[in-house]
Design a protein around this ligand. Structure first.
Ligand SMILES: Cc1ncc(C[n+]2csc(CCOP(=O)(O)OP(=O)(O)O)c2C)c(N)n1
Ligand SMILES: [Mg+2]
Length: 620
């Protein structure tokens, strides 16, 4: 008989998590690096007690201020760690648990590991309905935690302490598997957390989850090599999978050997640096003129680690080459086969090395390289014009981006997620380091930025970390400023205030609409068309413990950066900017315009929409 130890179920969870490790390429680290938490009656005497007694330095506790934000921090941590480490998030029952849903979706869509441990209603049901229990008349086997099922890659409710013996190893398998990973939810009924049970001692021994680097089959690599050798205008799309698999080096070698140009998705930025003569920068709806011109005529697109979202494919209008075909390099078979691609299923680094060996001695035609050089220099000239200072001397959003790009150099990382910023920064950013650009554009979740910056700083303490966000995102979720102050984490928040949901307002107007519901104005008569709301963002940040700085001109921004550099804690740089759309776009985005309207501008926009839709292509 195996030896046992009597523990509360919550203590057993904590002791188990402390002993889990992840390893890739012989580098080993803790799979669960720490726990974010907010306590309530649903977890304080269970998991809270267990963390206090058994967490130790191996499982440090960080106090969240909003459950959604905790998951954002955890997502950002996992992304910065290239999935070689994750955080757990513990919550109470009810609202604490449902606040996790948006964070869980953010994790899952970005394929990033996060362990969610919401408290749940009593398994024993004696006091039912417990405080915050939403009852379902048709079943007593449902709680609000079931909302987490469709946004989780693994979901379980542990109604008996011994269920963790089978459930926790499965949860760890999913967290550490590159193809399966995402949010993993273990709902922990509050009575079960506290229940004592004799667990086998062996359960708490060290376990290592090895992240393998599976290669693609020789036959599929040979077929892909044949396609590439036969191509005249090939293009590589680098997505987040390049970073997750730590494959930027392998991509660099392939590209320098073959001269195939590279366009990058939001998640793939930094895969090749701006100085690389094969870098076309951003691709897609928010892409550069260079990347989109090459994509438009490509006869072969090699997609590496991308989900091919509508922003990357310009809603399926980007690839107009008559006989264009696709090769899909991806650890997930679903993504590898998108656009009817020849699938190379496996690890990006391993497969890029296979392709390089297969392509030995081959490089793209000189004609293609000359075309790439031409569109690159055209784009460089266009970019210069876009970021040039305006005549009024006031800072614009694009100038802030260009100056922040300089400020980051090789040692800083920008974190962004939603609003007008992602589009402009994707197009204009010039990566000086592979990890200088952290975008959450899978879910593009407002409010990710500051919490995300905190997560990046925990993962990469030696980097300078900047959260770049709009006033709307700030208003939605800035509470983790307090957590950063609490943890003495140095982060710099750059807040661009355009008095509203600017990018949505621009979208509305660009589709023939009148400004409606997107500006931060007081109500006048029936509409929000009165004076601007007097929001004092610098004071708000200061009240939370941040140092506030302001900048209205490029010179003021430079000195604010210098002051932020000297500041040990959280600094907020407040920059008022205009609500204007002067950055050119080089691709279409499918946003349906009303089929009928009293406004002539909307009817015109609908005709343009119908026309543009004709360029959509489907590949099987
Ligand atoms: C949680 C969430 N709610 C709504 C949206 C839709 N949305 C995208 S951008 C945006 C406006 C963001 O405003 P702000 O942060 O000020 O940036 P701006 O558009 O002004 O640049 C909205 C409402 C979203 N992406 N995320
Ligand atoms: Mg705004």
């Amino acid at each position: 008989m195996s030896r046992t130890v009597k523990l509360s179920m919550a203590s057993a969870v904590v002791r188990f998590l402390r002993a889990q490790y992840i390893r890739r390429d012989r580098a080993e680290s803790r799979l669960i690096a720490g726990v974010f938490g907010i306590f309530g009656h649903g977890n304080v005497t269970g998991l809270g007690q267990a963390l206090e007694e058994d967490g130790g330095i191996e499982l440090p506790f960080f106090q969240g201020k909003n459950e959604q934000a905790m998951v954002h921090s955890a997502v950002a941590y996992a992304k910065a760690r290239r999935r070689l480490g994750a955080f757990a998030c513990t919550t109470s029952v009810g609202p604490g648990a449902t606040n996790l849903v948006t964070g869980a979706a953010t994790a899952t869509i970005n394929r990033l590991p996060v362990l969610l441990l919401p408290g749940d209603i009593f398994a024993g049901r004696a006091p039912a309905p417990v405080l915050q229990q939403l009852e379902f008349a048709g079943s007593q086997d449902v709680s609000v935690n079931d909302c987490l099922r469709p946004v989780s890659r693994f979901w379980d409710r542990l109604n008996r302490p011994e269920q963790i013996l089978s459930s926790l190893p499965e949860a760890m398998r999913v967290l550490s598997d590159p193809a399966e990973t995402g949010a993993v939810t273990l709902a922990l009924p509050e009575d079960v957390q506290s229940e004592a049970f004799a667990f086998p001692v062996q359960f708490f021994e060290k376990r290592i989850y090895e992240v393998e680097r599976p290669s693609a089959s020789a036959a599929s690599v040979a077929a892909a090599v044949g396609w590439i050798r036969a191509s005249r205008r090939p293009l590589i799309i680098a997505g987040g999978g390049v970073h997750y698999s730590d494959a930027a080096g392998a991509l660099g070698l392939l590209v320098s050997a073959t001269q195939i140009p590279v366009g990058m998705t939001q998640a793939g930025m930094g895969s090749v640096l701006a100085v690389n003569e094969c870098s076309l920068g951003a691709i897609g709806v928010t892409g550069t003129s260079a990347a989109n011109a090459i994509a438009n005529q490509a006869d072969l697109v090699i997609v590496v680690g991308s989900r091919l979202s509508d922003f990357t494919t310009a809603s399926k209008t980007l690839f107009q080459g008559r006989e264009v075909r696709f090769i899909g390099v991806n650890v997930h078979p679903m993504d590898a086969r998108k656009h009817g691609a020849l699938p190379l299923v496996g690890d990006a680094k391993a497969i890029l090395n296979q392709l390089r060996r297969g392509l030995k001695g081959w490089r793209v035609a000189a004609l293609h390289s000359r075309h790439v050089a031409r569109v690159r220099s055209e784009w460089a000239r266009t970019r210069e014009k876009i970021v040039a200072a305006g005549e009024d001397g006031r800072l614009s959003q694009v100038q802030v981006i260009a100056l922040l790009n300089n400020e980051c150099g090789t040692t800083g990382t920008v974190v962004h997620a939603a609003g007008g910023i992602p589009g402009d920064i994707h197009k204009l950013w010039q990566s000086n380091a592979s990890n200088d650009y952290h975008s959450e554009y899978g879910y593009s979740c407002m409010g990710y930025e500051i919490a995300g910056a905190l997560g990046v700083k925990l993962a990469e303490p030696n980097r300078r970390v900047f959260a770049l966000l709009g006033d709307g995102s700030y208003l939605m979720l800035h509470s983790e400023i307090v957590t950063a102050v609490q943890e003495r984490l140095k982060i710099t928040v750059v807040l661009l205030d355009n008095h509203g949901y600017g990018c949505i307002s621009q979208l509305q107007r660009s589709r023939g609409g009148k400004g409606f519901g997107n500006e931060f104005r007081r109500r006048e008569a029936v509409r929000l068309e009165g004076p601007w709301l007097p929001i004092d963002f610098p004071k708000n940040a200061e009240s939370l413990g941040a140092r506030s700085l302001q900048a209205r001109t490029p010179a003021e921004l430079e000195s604010a950066f210098a002051a932020a550099r000297r500041c040990d804690g959280v600094a907020l740089i407040y920059v008022p900017v205009d609500l204007r759309d002067d950055v050119p776009g080089f691709a279409w985005w499918d946003v349906p315009v009303s089929g009928t309207s009293r406004r002539p501008s909307v009817r015109r926009a609908r005709r343009q929409y119908d026309q543009a839709q004709k360029s959509q292509r489907f590949f099987y």
